[in-house]
Each structure stands twice: as structure tokens, then as C-alpha cells.
Write a protein of this length. Sequence first.
Length: 211
Amino acid sequence: MTKSWIFDFDGTLVDSKENILECYEYVTRKLVPERIKFIKNIIIGPSLNETVSNLLGRNYIQYKKEFIEMFVEKHDTNIIKNTKPYPHVNEILEKLRKNNDLIAIATNKRVKPTMKLINHYGWSKYFKYIECSDSKKKIRGKTEMIEDIIKKNKIFNESFFVGDTISDGLAAYENKIKFIFANYGYGKINEQQNIYIYKNICCIKKLSSLH
């Protein structure tokens, strides 16, 4: 039976944590070393805009534009060297494609680095839709991206959303689709957070059991 899937990107399909944190630390030391201690509070998953705002705080927000520009330059230059797919991702994407499943991406990552990685890995053949935070003029969150995917193709009304953060779980809930928690990623979800998890996986290969 044909199924539909929506995947988060960082922390779900690719391990980019080392590269992202290295870039945040580099720019912070160069631009606002007074904020370096806040690097430890960074969560991989939210948009660049949101993360930089939180890192700078109210007293240093005037550096936001320059910070983002410096981050983008360093991050996008080194992204292929310092970002790797998680084990078995290629295998699972190929299996889903052979099953004629429909696959999409909804990610807070920007279009340019997302497509740079997808083209490098030869993944473009797998995805029907790729929605990034800056795919449109107005920056969107995961909930809006998933809504837009469903509007394009109603089959995604019955999709699984595979992600690794609380915000991924909330986006799935708000769109009334099943959330699969990739617990090998960057986020943590506990029972008190009241996120409904359809399936909890320690490796993307576990998705095979849903076919």
C-alpha cells in the first residue's frame, strides 16, 4: 500500500550538529564574545533567525543582520564537508521510492544549504516537495510548511511526519498527522510535554516495519 511521508532534515536525515555549533561559536567569538557562554543553550532545529535572536538577547540584537551574514557564509562553505547522512538513510529513501511512496521535506533549514546537500547526495529523485523556512518571502514554521504540502497534494493528509524535536511533534499534531519521533536526533521529549508519538525510533531503518 502506498504511503506518504514528510521528513524533517537536520537531526532526522542528516547529522549537521557539529557544523552548525562550530559556526555559531565562530561568529559569536568574532562578533559578540560577551555572549559566548550562551552557545551551550543552542538547540538545533529552530530557524537561524530565531536562534540568532535568542543567542544575542535584547542587549545585542543590533548585531543580528551581521551575525546572520557571517554565519551563512561560513556554514554554507563548509556544509558538505561537515554534514553527513545518518546511517541507513539512503537505504530507506530508496525503499520508499521503490514502494511508490510519496516523500516530502519540511525543514527550518534555508533553501540554499538544503538543496546543496540534497544535490550532493543525489536525493532529489526521492522528494515530491521540499519546503524550507525561506522557500517563500515570509519565513514559515513547520506547521505552515506541512499545511502547504497538504494543500499541494491531499494524499499528505494521511502522512507520517518524521522529526526529532518538540516543535516537530506539535506541527504534526496541528496538522492531524502521525508523528514519528527520531530519538537519535537532537531533541528530547518527555511524558510531561504531552506530545503524541505514533512511533519512537532509534534508527531510521525502523521505518521499514511500517511497510
